[in-house]
Design a protein around this ligand. Structure first.
Ligand SMILES: *[C@@H]1O[C@H](CO)[C@@H](O)[C@H](O)[C@H]1NC(C)=O
Ligand SMILES: *[C@@H]1O[C@H](CO)[C@@H](O)[C@H](O)[C@H]1NC(C)=O
Length: 149
């Protein structure tokens, strides 16, 4: 019984250790066409999603602001944003992690339209060839891009 107890204890430790990755090790579980993480959905049939990914090209542009880069926008980048063919963060300050565009406008409710206008200009000046469809969302939006396609 004692041997069983000890073996069970070590198995439990091993199990807990192997099933909880370090925070830094966390990687997005899936990217169309390539598995990039340990969390593979082995039984998921992604053939339709992969086909649509290359046929229906969506550029997503996310409105955000410096105060929300860490709080909101990075989570878009780490989750559903990956499933867009192209993801752009529109802000008023640059951000290395997000690769955010610093639009030439200050933040504030009075500037909401001005900021949207600048974002439109940026996309039409730089990125029109990227996609068939253009989607704009807020930094606190969650989209199921697969279903949208
Ligand atoms: C995945 O789905 C597609 C389309 O429905 C089907 O043709 C294909 O056989 C499926 N693949 C597997 C492995 O089930
Ligand atoms: C970002 O998220 C915050 C908090 O949910 C929201 O108030 C804000 O309108 C969003 N958009 C921008 C551009 O900051």
């Amino acid at each position: 019984m004692i041997v069983g107890f000890i073996v069970g204890f070590f198995l439990a430790v091993l199990f807990i250790h192997s099933s909880m990755p370090e925070r830094d090790d966390f990687v997005p579980y899936y990217r169309y066409g390539q598995h990039v993480g340990t969390h593979d959905h082995v039984n998921e049939n992604t053939s339709i999603a992969e086909k649509l990914y290359s046929e229906v090209r969506i550029l997503c542009w996310i409105m955000t602001s410096p105060a929300n880069h860490q709080k909101k926008a990075r989570h878009v980048k780490r989750t559903w944003g990956k499933r867009c063919n192209k993801l752009i963060f529109m802000s008023s300050a640059k951000d290395e992690e997000l690769d955010a565009v610093a639009l030439p406008i200050s933040e504030g409710d009075d500037n909401l339209w001005g900021k949207t206008e600048e974002a439109f200009k940026y996309v039409s000046d730089h990125r029109m060839n990227y996609a068939n469809w253009f989607l704009t969302a807020q930094n606190d939006t969650y989209m199921i891009v697969k279903n949208l396609r």
